[in-house]
Design a protein around this ligand. Structure first.
Ligand code: AMP
Ligand code: FE
Ligand code: FE
Ligand code: ZN
Length: 301
């Protein structure tokens, strides 16, 4: 392969994946069954389920996908904060039974409920009366977040659109904003590593500098998300070149949360299945390295 070919994204692969999807385990609208059915309809051969701080949709999705030719990549999107900036870290191929990950997820869920109460109280002080029980009920089993409160503001007629809810009240530093429970990117990367997965920086093209990414690489980051609805084609190419220079893996996807905004995102930001194969290859190398370590340890004993 010539160096020019290597530096270009694969042009017309046969197999496609969407590696950034949400379900009702966090702030997505679909059940695992609906998500799987939609992925099949879109002709995808693999999907990464990456709920915010939640993994409970993975098992039912795997079960649902058994009757189709669809691979489910167990994932998560961890909410971390670096110097007041929200930094989302995607984990792929994580062990969803990992104790530390599950402990962290439970803590996060509890903190999210406390935060939702605070946001609803702030909105009340601003003259908007929302029913927290109903919001919790609509949020379903997973991570309650600002999108669920935005839905309620819309349903009660306090705002005309989902975006208006964020722009006027819920967005960062807006009157009803309440920060989330924080962990650092370093802790997020470590949690994913500990759960046997690969860590990727989500949508880095939004507001993260290349210097910051370089810092995360030193912490053990495995890859970056290059394709995302909020990345221009120019940004995708720029990030891809950056990944090649730093020997990083790449991922991408639609970040589909359902059709809240009237548009179905799944299927519009696919990536070649090759990205998944590259991840698997790295996992094999890591596994090989850890068995070598075990052998060495045994030799010493
Ligand atoms: P939370 O985890 O509760 O802080 O909510 C974060 C989620 O809210 C993101 O993943 C998006 O789905 C959504 N979100 C955040 N900011 C905005 C915004 N300005 N406009 C629309 N949606 C947003
Ligand atoms: Fe979200
Ligand atoms: Fe995100
Ligand atoms: Zn996301």
């Amino acid at each position: 392969m010539s160096s020019t070919e290597k530096n270009n994204l694969p042009q017309s692969p046969t197999y496609w994946a969407d590696l950034h999807l949400h379900t009702h385990a966090s702030d997505g609208l679909y059940t695992p069954k609906q998500l799987v059915e939609l992925a099949v309809e879109k002709g995808l051969c693999a999907i990464g389920i990456t709920d915010h701080d939640a993994v409970r949709s993975i098992k039912p999705a795997i079960e649902e996908a058994e009757s189709y030719n669809l691979e489910i990549i167990p994932g998560v999107e961890l909410s971390t904060v670096d110097r007041q900036l929200d930094v989302h870290i995607l984990g792929y191929f994580i062990d969803i039974k990992n104790k530390r990950m599950l402990h962290y997820i439970q803590l996060f869920q509890e903190e999210r409920v406390r935060r939702a109460k605070k946001i609803v109280a702030k909105l009340y002080d601003l003259g908007m009366k929302l029913n927290l029980d109903l919001i919790m009920q609509n949020a379903g089993p997973g991570s309650i977040g600002r999108p669920h409160i935005a839905d309620a503001l819309m349903e009660e007629g306090y705002v005309l659109s989902y975006d208006e809810a964020f722009y006027k009240f819920l967005g960062n530093n807006k009157p009803a904003y309440v920060p989330k429970y924080k962990i650092s990117p370093s802790e997020g990367i470590e949690l994913i590593q500990n759960a046997g997965g690969l860590s990727f920086l989500a949508h880095p093209g939004l507001d993260i500098t290349t210097e910051t990414i370089a810092g995360y690489i030193k912490l053990g980051l495995d890859g970056i998300e290059i394709r995302h609805p909020k990345h221009s084609q120019h940004k995708v190419n720029e990030l891809y070149q950056f990944a090649i220079r730093h020997e990083l893996l790449v991922s991408g996807g639609s970040d589909c949360h359902g059709n809240r905004k009237g548009q179905e995102m799944m299927g519009l930001f696919n990536v070649p299945y090759q990205f998944v194969d590259d991840m698997k290859q790295k996992l094999e190398i890591i596994k090989g390295m850890s068995s070598v370590t075990i052998t060495n340890t045994n030799e010493k004993m």
